[in-house]
Design a protein around this ligand. Structure first.
Ligand SMILES: Cc1cc2nc3c(=O)[nH]c(=O)nc-3n(C[C@H](O)[C@H](O)[C@H](O)COP(=O)(O)O)c2cc1C
Length: 171
């Protein structure tokens, strides 16, 4: 039933440490509150990322662009429980400024979050993260996303992806 909500933007959730980072792909990333600044991520119980975040209580939401699609696919189809994804992916993990979970240098934004609530929602955990720091690339230099960059959208469940259009429409 949830396929009717697609296309949905796609992100990378980073957990672990700079010594042992793990990135997983996630569509289910939800803005929740301006003040305090809260974002939700819905992570299935079976994911290694779920275990890591329950232990470390922080994570990073990294914003990839189309150039990183191959890495997004690797992060979304292999588990850190069995594979060191950092070795398979082409991205560079770097220290975050306020949390243990690393950031990804090639992503256009790295949103550093501390877990303030965890809600079991069916087969997923909704981690509510308070945003404690953000670092940005050129795509956000004006404070708003530059639409000349291709932000990744997941077309539906499966292997298809698309991107935003450059033109904007005013109501
Ligand atoms: C495009 C895409 C979006 C995904 N979105 C989510 C999501 O929002 N929540 C989730 O639990 N899994 C999602 N997944 C599946 C996980 O990324 C996948 O199971 C991954 O291997 C988990 O890695 P881990 O075991 O290292 O945490 C998605 C996969 C893809 C390819």
């Amino acid at each position: 039933m949830l396929e009717y909500l697609y296309p949905i933007r796609t992100y990378l959730i980073v957990a672990g440490t700079i010594e042992k980072p793990n990135a997983m792909t996630a569509d289910w990333v939800i803005p929740l509150s301006f003040e305090p600044s809260l974002v939700g991520i819905s992570i299935e119980h079976t994911r290694y990322t779920n275990k890591l975040i329950k232990e470390q209580k922080n994570f990073v939401v990294a914003v990839p662009t189309l150039e990183l699609l191959r890495d997004v696919w690797i992060a979304g189809t292999t588990s850190g429980a069995k594979t060191n994804k950092a070795e398979k992916m082409s991205v560079t993990f770097v220290r975050s400024e306020h949390v243990d979970a690393p950031s990804i240098k090639e992503c256009q934004a790295n949103i550093e979050c501390r877990v303030v609530n965890e809600v079991e929602v069916g087969d997923h955990t909704l981690f509510v993260g308070e945003i404690v720091n953000v670092t940005c690339g050129d795509a956000f230099i004006s404070g708003k996303p530059d639409l000349n960059y291709s932000y990744i959208l997941h077309s539906s469940f499966g292997k298809g992806f698309t991107v935003n259009r450059q033109e904007e429409f005013k109501p």
